[in-house]
Design a protein around this ligand. Structure first.
Ligand SMILES: Cc1cc2nc3c(=O)[nH]c(=O)nc-3n(C[C@H](O)[C@H](O)[C@H](O)COP(=O)(O)OP(=O)(O)OC[C@H]3O[C@@H](n4cnc5c(N)ncnc54)[C@H](O)[C@@H]3O)c2cc1C
Ligand code: FES
Length: 341
Protein backbone atom coordinates (compact mmCIF):
# COMPACT_ATOMS: atom_id res chain seq x y z
CA UNK A 1 0.00 0.00 0.00
CA UNK A 2 1.26 3.49 -0.83
CA UNK A 3 0.10 6.22 1.49
CA UNK A 4 -0.29 9.97 1.38
CA UNK A 5 -1.01 12.45 4.14
CA UNK A 6 -4.48 14.00 4.13
CA UNK A 7 -5.58 16.93 6.29
CA UNK A 8 -9.29 17.71 6.62
CA UNK A 9 -10.57 21.01 8.03
CA UNK A 10 -14.24 20.96 9.06
CA UNK A 11 -16.49 24.04 9.17
CA UNK A 12 -15.96 24.42 12.94
CA UNK A 13 -12.19 24.49 12.25
CA UNK A 14 -11.62 21.01 13.67
CA UNK A 15 -8.62 19.53 11.85
CA UNK A 16 -8.23 15.77 11.31
CA UNK A 17 -5.20 14.15 9.67
CA UNK A 18 -4.60 10.63 8.47
CA UNK A 19 -2.59 8.61 5.99
CA UNK A 20 -4.68 7.61 2.98
CA UNK A 21 -4.21 4.53 0.84
CA UNK A 22 -3.62 5.94 -2.70
CA UNK A 23 -5.50 3.06 -4.30
CA UNK A 24 -8.91 4.02 -2.83
CA UNK A 25 -11.07 7.17 -2.99
CA UNK A 26 -10.54 9.89 -0.40
CA UNK A 27 -14.04 9.15 0.95
CA UNK A 28 -13.14 5.49 1.50
CA UNK A 29 -9.72 6.35 2.94
CA UNK A 30 -11.37 8.71 5.44
CA UNK A 31 -13.91 6.03 6.44
CA UNK A 32 -11.09 3.53 7.02
CA UNK A 33 -9.60 6.08 9.41
CA UNK A 34 -12.85 6.50 11.35
CA UNK A 35 -13.90 9.76 9.65
CA UNK A 36 -17.35 9.82 8.05
CA UNK A 37 -17.66 12.31 5.19
CA UNK A 38 -20.90 13.42 3.53
CA UNK A 39 -21.93 11.15 0.66
CA UNK A 40 -24.91 9.79 -1.20
CA UNK A 41 -24.59 8.38 -4.75
CA UNK A 42 -20.90 7.36 -4.50
CA UNK A 43 -20.67 7.70 -8.27
CA UNK A 44 -19.72 11.36 -8.86
CA UNK A 45 -23.24 12.49 -9.78
CA UNK A 46 -25.07 14.01 -6.77
CA UNK A 47 -22.26 16.28 -5.45
CA UNK A 48 -23.29 15.60 -1.84
CA UNK A 49 -19.62 14.94 -1.09
CA UNK A 50 -18.38 18.15 -2.79
CA UNK A 51 -15.65 19.99 -0.91
CA UNK A 52 -12.75 22.37 -1.60
CA UNK A 53 -9.20 21.16 -2.14
CA UNK A 54 -6.65 23.71 -0.86
CA UNK A 55 -3.51 21.63 -1.34
CA UNK A 56 -2.23 18.59 -3.24
CA UNK A 57 -3.37 16.84 -6.38
CA UNK A 58 -6.05 14.24 -7.07
CA UNK A 59 -7.22 12.27 -10.09
CA UNK A 60 -10.54 10.65 -11.07
CA UNK A 61 -10.63 7.15 -12.48
CA UNK A 62 -13.38 8.07 -14.94
CA UNK A 63 -13.50 11.82 -15.71
CA UNK A 64 -16.78 11.39 -17.62
CA UNK A 65 -18.57 10.35 -14.42
CA UNK A 66 -17.71 13.60 -12.63
CA UNK A 67 -20.61 16.08 -12.61
CA UNK A 68 -18.56 19.18 -11.58
CA UNK A 69 -18.56 21.97 -14.17
CA UNK A 70 -15.42 23.88 -15.19
CA UNK A 71 -16.24 26.82 -12.91
CA UNK A 72 -16.51 24.60 -9.82
CA UNK A 73 -13.29 22.79 -10.72
CA UNK A 74 -11.47 26.10 -11.24
CA UNK A 75 -12.67 27.19 -7.77
CA UNK A 76 -11.02 24.07 -6.27
CA UNK A 77 -14.08 21.84 -5.81
CA UNK A 78 -13.55 18.07 -5.86
CA UNK A 79 -15.72 15.00 -5.30
CA UNK A 80 -13.99 12.77 -2.67
CA UNK A 81 -16.22 9.77 -3.49
CA UNK A 82 -14.36 9.49 -6.83
CA UNK A 83 -11.09 11.34 -6.17
CA UNK A 84 -7.91 9.39 -5.46
CA UNK A 85 -4.77 11.08 -4.16
CA UNK A 86 -1.97 11.60 -6.67
CA UNK A 87 0.42 13.84 -4.69
CA UNK A 88 1.30 13.89 -1.02
CA UNK A 89 -0.13 16.47 1.44
CA UNK A 90 -3.75 16.64 0.29
CA UNK A 91 -5.72 19.38 2.11
CA UNK A 92 -9.51 19.58 2.02
CA UNK A 93 -12.01 22.05 3.50
CA UNK A 94 -15.34 20.42 4.36
CA UNK A 95 -18.47 22.64 4.52
CA UNK A 96 -19.91 20.83 7.58
CA UNK A 97 -18.91 19.66 11.08
CA UNK A 98 -17.64 16.17 11.77
CA UNK A 99 -20.50 15.15 14.07
CA UNK A 100 -23.15 16.26 11.56
CA UNK A 101 -22.31 13.17 9.49
CA UNK A 102 -23.23 10.67 12.22
CA UNK A 103 -26.92 9.89 11.87
CA UNK A 104 -28.88 10.15 15.15
CA UNK A 105 -31.52 7.48 15.12
CA UNK A 106 -33.84 5.62 17.43
CA UNK A 107 -32.43 2.13 18.04
CA UNK A 108 -32.80 -0.64 20.58
CA UNK A 109 -30.08 -1.65 23.04
CA UNK A 110 -30.19 -5.35 23.93
CA UNK A 111 -28.41 -6.19 27.21
CA UNK A 112 -26.21 -9.29 26.86
CA UNK A 113 -24.35 -9.09 30.19
CA UNK A 114 -24.53 -7.00 33.33
CA UNK A 115 -22.36 -7.09 36.42
CA UNK A 116 -21.39 -4.97 39.41
CA UNK A 117 -17.77 -3.81 39.18
CA UNK A 118 -17.77 -1.85 42.47
CA UNK A 119 -20.20 -0.96 45.25
CA UNK A 120 -21.67 1.80 43.10
CA UNK A 121 -20.94 0.91 39.46
CA UNK A 122 -22.48 -1.52 36.98
CA UNK A 123 -20.81 -2.66 33.75
CA UNK A 124 -23.56 -3.09 31.15
CA UNK A 125 -22.68 -4.81 27.86
CA UNK A 126 -24.99 -5.26 24.90
CA UNK A 127 -25.56 -4.77 21.22
CA UNK A 128 -27.96 -3.12 18.85
CA UNK A 129 -31.04 -5.28 18.53
CA UNK A 130 -31.09 -6.48 14.94
CA UNK A 131 -27.31 -6.62 14.83
CA UNK A 132 -26.24 -3.52 12.90
CA UNK A 133 -23.90 -1.35 14.94
CA UNK A 134 -23.99 2.42 14.43
CA UNK A 135 -21.28 5.01 13.78
CA UNK A 136 -20.13 7.24 16.62
CA UNK A 137 -16.96 8.96 17.72
CA UNK A 138 -15.11 7.59 20.75
CA UNK A 139 -16.22 9.79 23.68
CA UNK A 140 -19.81 10.37 22.50
CA UNK A 141 -22.94 9.28 24.37
CA UNK A 142 -26.45 7.92 23.77
CA UNK A 143 -29.78 8.34 25.54
CA UNK A 144 -31.31 5.21 27.04
CA UNK A 145 -34.92 4.92 28.23
CA UNK A 146 -35.50 3.18 31.56
CA UNK A 147 -37.61 0.08 30.68
CA UNK A 148 -41.32 0.39 31.43
CA UNK A 149 -41.08 4.21 31.73
CA UNK A 150 -40.55 7.28 29.57
CA UNK A 151 -37.54 8.36 31.66
CA UNK A 152 -34.43 9.05 29.59
CA UNK A 153 -30.85 9.10 30.86
CA UNK A 154 -27.56 9.75 29.02
CA UNK A 155 -24.61 7.31 29.01
CA UNK A 156 -21.20 7.49 27.34
CA UNK A 157 -19.94 4.43 25.48
CA UNK A 158 -16.82 2.85 26.99
CA UNK A 159 -16.33 0.72 23.88
CA UNK A 160 -14.80 2.00 20.64
CA UNK A 161 -16.97 2.30 17.52
CA UNK A 162 -16.96 -0.33 14.76
CA UNK A 163 -17.15 -3.37 16.99
CA UNK A 164 -20.14 -5.61 17.62
CA UNK A 165 -20.54 -4.86 21.31
CA UNK A 166 -21.39 -1.64 23.05
CA UNK A 167 -20.62 -1.14 26.74
CA UNK A 168 -21.48 1.35 29.48
CA UNK A 169 -20.27 2.02 33.02
CA UNK A 170 -23.20 3.23 35.11
CA UNK A 171 -23.00 4.65 38.61
CA UNK A 172 -26.02 3.99 40.81
CA UNK A 173 -27.61 6.70 42.96
CA UNK A 174 -30.10 6.25 45.80
CA UNK A 175 -33.64 6.20 44.37
CA UNK A 176 -32.41 7.03 40.86
CA UNK A 177 -34.70 5.83 38.07
CA UNK A 178 -32.01 4.04 36.02
CA UNK A 179 -30.17 3.09 39.22
CA UNK A 180 -33.21 1.33 40.68
CA UNK A 181 -33.83 -0.56 37.44
CA UNK A 182 -30.18 -1.72 37.28
CA UNK A 183 -30.03 -2.71 40.96
CA UNK A 184 -33.34 -4.54 41.11
CA UNK A 185 -34.48 -6.01 37.82
CA UNK A 186 -32.03 -5.53 34.91
CA UNK A 187 -30.94 -8.75 33.21
CA UNK A 188 -29.51 -10.10 29.97
CA UNK A 189 -32.21 -10.08 27.30
CA UNK A 190 -33.75 -6.75 28.38
CA UNK A 191 -34.21 -4.20 25.59
CA UNK A 192 -33.87 -0.43 26.17
CA UNK A 193 -34.86 2.19 23.60
CA UNK A 194 -31.73 4.12 22.62
CA UNK A 195 -31.10 7.28 20.56
CA UNK A 196 -27.86 8.87 19.50
CA UNK A 197 -25.02 9.35 19.14
CA UNK A 198 -24.76 12.79 20.76
CA UNK A 199 -22.06 15.11 22.02
CA UNK A 200 -18.96 16.98 20.99
CA UNK A 201 -16.67 15.26 23.51
CA UNK A 202 -14.48 13.11 21.29
CA UNK A 203 -10.83 12.70 20.44
CA UNK A 204 -9.18 15.63 18.65
CA UNK A 205 -5.81 16.15 17.05
CA UNK A 206 -3.21 15.93 19.80
CA UNK A 207 0.33 17.23 19.85
CA UNK A 208 1.95 17.07 23.33
CA UNK A 209 0.90 15.10 26.39
CA UNK A 210 -2.62 13.68 26.31
CA UNK A 211 -4.10 14.32 29.78
CA UNK A 212 -7.24 12.38 30.69
CA UNK A 213 -8.95 13.25 33.96
CA UNK A 214 -11.89 11.05 34.93
CA UNK A 215 -14.16 11.09 37.95
CA UNK A 216 -15.95 7.77 38.61
CA UNK A 217 -17.84 6.55 35.55
CA UNK A 218 -16.34 9.50 33.65
CA UNK A 219 -13.76 6.84 32.84
CA UNK A 220 -16.12 5.38 30.19
CA UNK A 221 -15.45 7.86 27.32
CA UNK A 222 -11.73 7.91 28.19
CA UNK A 223 -11.64 4.12 27.71
CA UNK A 224 -13.52 4.42 24.43
CA UNK A 225 -10.91 6.90 23.14
CA UNK A 226 -7.96 4.76 24.27
CA UNK A 227 -9.43 1.54 22.90
CA UNK A 228 -10.00 3.27 19.56
CA UNK A 229 -6.35 4.39 19.56
CA UNK A 230 -5.23 0.85 20.40
CA UNK A 231 -7.29 -0.55 17.53
CA UNK A 232 -5.68 1.88 15.10
CA UNK A 233 -2.22 1.18 16.56
CA UNK A 234 -1.99 4.89 17.40
CA UNK A 235 -0.21 4.23 20.67
CA UNK A 236 2.82 6.55 20.70
CA UNK A 237 3.10 9.73 22.75
CA UNK A 238 2.76 10.52 26.44
CA UNK A 239 -0.64 9.86 28.05
CA UNK A 240 -1.63 10.54 31.66
CA UNK A 241 -4.83 9.10 33.14
CA UNK A 242 -5.84 10.65 36.47
CA UNK A 243 -8.76 8.62 37.82
CA UNK A 244 -10.63 9.53 41.00
CA UNK A 245 -13.37 7.79 42.98
CA UNK A 246 -15.22 8.74 46.16
CA UNK A 247 -14.13 5.79 48.33
CA UNK A 248 -12.00 2.66 47.86
CA UNK A 249 -15.24 0.64 47.66
CA UNK A 250 -16.20 2.61 44.53
CA UNK A 251 -12.98 1.73 42.69
CA UNK A 252 -13.33 -0.35 39.52
CA UNK A 253 -11.19 -1.26 36.49
CA UNK A 254 -7.87 -0.83 38.35
CA UNK A 255 -6.52 -3.97 36.62
CA UNK A 256 -7.91 -2.93 33.22
CA UNK A 257 -6.15 0.45 33.48
CA UNK A 258 -2.82 -1.18 34.40
CA UNK A 259 -3.21 -3.61 31.48
CA UNK A 260 -3.38 -0.68 29.04
CA UNK A 261 0.30 -0.03 29.77
CA UNK A 262 1.17 -3.08 27.66
CA UNK A 263 -0.38 -1.28 24.66
CA UNK A 264 0.64 2.32 25.35
CA UNK A 265 4.39 2.50 26.07
CA UNK A 266 4.25 6.01 27.58
CA UNK A 267 1.08 5.72 29.70
CA UNK A 268 0.94 6.87 33.32
CA UNK A 269 -2.01 5.73 35.41
CA UNK A 270 -2.74 7.57 38.65
CA UNK A 271 -5.61 6.67 40.96
CA UNK A 272 -7.03 8.49 43.99
CA UNK A 273 -9.90 7.96 46.44
CA UNK A 274 -11.22 10.71 48.65
CA UNK A 275 -11.60 8.27 51.55
CA UNK A 276 -10.36 4.73 52.05
CA UNK A 277 -9.49 2.08 54.60
CA UNK A 278 -6.09 0.77 55.62
CA UNK A 279 -4.09 -0.96 52.91
CA UNK A 280 -4.97 1.54 50.16
CA UNK A 281 -1.89 1.82 47.95
CA UNK A 282 -2.95 4.70 45.71
CA UNK A 283 -3.36 8.42 46.49
CA UNK A 284 -5.78 10.18 48.78
CA UNK A 285 -7.78 13.04 47.26
CA UNK A 286 -9.47 13.77 43.96
CA UNK A 287 -8.49 13.07 40.34
CA UNK A 288 -7.56 16.75 40.02
CA UNK A 289 -5.17 16.53 42.99
CA UNK A 290 -3.19 13.90 41.06
CA UNK A 291 -2.19 16.31 38.35
CA UNK A 292 1.30 17.77 38.79
CA UNK A 293 3.39 19.93 36.45
CA UNK A 294 5.96 17.22 35.71
CA UNK A 295 3.21 15.01 34.19
CA UNK A 296 1.90 17.66 31.83
CA UNK A 297 5.13 18.17 29.84
CA UNK A 298 4.99 21.39 27.80
CA UNK A 299 1.60 22.80 28.92
CA UNK A 300 1.02 24.90 25.80
CA UNK A 301 1.28 21.73 23.67
CA UNK A 302 -0.87 19.44 25.87
CA UNK A 303 -4.41 18.26 25.10
CA UNK A 304 -6.78 17.47 27.97
CA UNK A 305 -9.99 15.44 28.18
CA UNK A 306 -12.05 15.90 31.35
CA UNK A 307 -15.07 13.79 32.22
CA UNK A 308 -17.16 13.29 35.35
CA UNK A 309 -19.25 15.30 37.82
CA UNK A 310 -19.49 19.04 36.97
CA UNK A 311 -17.50 20.28 40.05
CA UNK A 312 -14.60 17.94 39.19
CA UNK A 313 -14.59 19.07 35.55
CA UNK A 314 -14.64 22.74 36.57
CA UNK A 315 -11.81 22.31 39.05
CA UNK A 316 -9.71 20.33 36.55
CA UNK A 317 -10.24 22.99 33.87
CA UNK A 318 -9.20 25.72 36.33
CA UNK A 319 -6.02 23.86 37.32
CA UNK A 320 -5.03 23.10 33.71
CA UNK A 321 -5.50 26.73 32.68
CA UNK A 322 -3.35 27.83 35.62
CA UNK A 323 -0.68 25.38 34.50
CA UNK A 324 -0.68 26.98 31.05
CA UNK A 325 -2.71 24.44 29.01
CA UNK A 326 -4.52 26.26 26.18
CA UNK A 327 -8.31 26.66 26.68
CA UNK A 328 -8.82 25.54 23.08
CA UNK A 329 -7.10 22.22 23.86
CA UNK A 330 -9.30 21.35 26.87
CA UNK A 331 -12.33 19.17 26.00
CA UNK A 332 -14.90 18.23 28.62
CA UNK A 333 -18.07 16.23 29.26
CA UNK A 334 -19.98 16.97 32.45
CA UNK A 335 -22.24 14.22 33.76
CA UNK A 336 -24.97 16.71 34.68
CA UNK A 337 -27.46 15.28 37.18
CA UNK A 338 -30.74 14.62 35.42
CA UNK A 339 -32.89 14.74 38.57
CA UNK A 340 -35.94 12.69 39.39
CA UNK A 341 -38.60 12.97 36.68
C1 LIG B 1 -23.79 13.69 28.54
C2 LIG B 1 -23.94 12.79 29.75
C3 LIG B 1 -23.30 11.57 29.77
C4 LIG B 1 -23.42 10.74 30.90
N1 LIG B 1 -22.76 9.55 30.92
C5 LIG B 1 -22.81 8.79 32.03
C6 LIG B 1 -22.09 7.56 32.11
O1 LIG B 1 -21.42 7.14 31.17
N2 LIG B 1 -22.16 6.86 33.28
C7 LIG B 1 -22.91 7.31 34.35
O2 LIG B 1 -22.91 6.63 35.40
N3 LIG B 1 -23.62 8.44 34.29
C8 LIG B 1 -23.60 9.19 33.16
N4 LIG B 1 -24.34 10.33 33.09
C9 LIG B 1 -25.30 10.62 34.18
C10 LIG B 1 -26.60 9.83 33.89
O3 LIG B 1 -27.22 10.34 32.73
C11 LIG B 1 -27.65 9.89 35.01
O4 LIG B 1 -27.83 11.23 35.40
C12 LIG B 1 -27.27 9.05 36.22
O5 LIG B 1 -27.02 7.71 35.84
C13 LIG B 1 -28.40 9.07 37.27
O6 LIG B 1 -29.56 8.52 36.71
P1 LIG B 1 -30.68 7.84 37.63
O7 LIG B 1 -31.89 7.70 36.78
O8 LIG B 1 -30.15 6.62 38.28
O9 LIG B 1 -30.91 8.90 38.79
P2 LIG B 1 -31.93 10.13 38.76
O10 LIG B 1 -33.33 9.60 38.76
O11 LIG B 1 -31.56 11.05 37.64
O12 LIG B 1 -31.58 10.87 40.09
C14 LIG B 1 -31.84 10.30 41.38
C15 LIG B 1 -31.51 11.30 42.46
O13 LIG B 1 -30.09 11.55 42.48
C16 LIG B 1 -29.82 12.93 42.25
N5 LIG B 1 -28.67 12.98 41.36
C17 LIG B 1 -28.69 12.79 40.03
N6 LIG B 1 -27.42 12.85 39.56
C18 LIG B 1 -26.61 13.07 40.62
C19 LIG B 1 -25.22 13.23 40.79
N7 LIG B 1 -24.38 13.19 39.74
N8 LIG B 1 -24.74 13.41 42.04
C20 LIG B 1 -25.55 13.45 43.10
N9 LIG B 1 -26.90 13.32 43.01
C21 LIG B 1 -27.42 13.15 41.78
C22 LIG B 1 -31.06 13.48 41.58
O14 LIG B 1 -31.23 14.86 41.82
C23 LIG B 1 -32.17 12.65 42.22
O15 LIG B 1 -32.54 13.17 43.48
C24 LIG B 1 -24.22 11.16 32.00
C25 LIG B 1 -24.90 12.40 31.95
C26 LIG B 1 -24.74 13.20 30.86
C27 LIG B 1 -25.47 14.53 30.84
S1 FES C 1 -21.39 11.06 -3.14
FE1 FES C 1 -22.45 11.72 -4.89
S2 FES C 1 -20.96 12.84 -5.99
FE2 FES C 1 -19.85 12.02 -4.33
Amino acid sequence: MTGTSVELTFSDREVVSFIADKSVSLLEAARKNGVHLASDCLSGTCQTCKCAMTGGEIAYEDERAISLDDGARAAGAILPCQAKPVSDAIKLNLPYTRTSQLPRRARKFLITAIKRVSDSVFEVIGKCEGGRMFAYLPGQYVNLTVPGTTIIRSYSMMTPPEQDEIGFLIRTLPNGAMSTYLSTSAKAGDVLPMTGPFGTFYRRRETGTCIMIAGGTGLAPVLSMLRERARRRDTAGPIVIAFGVNTDRDLFYRTELEALKATFPDLHVLVAAMSHGDGWRDSTGTAVDLLTGDLVGVPSAATAYLCGPPPMVESARHKLLEMGVSRAQIFAEEFQPTGAN
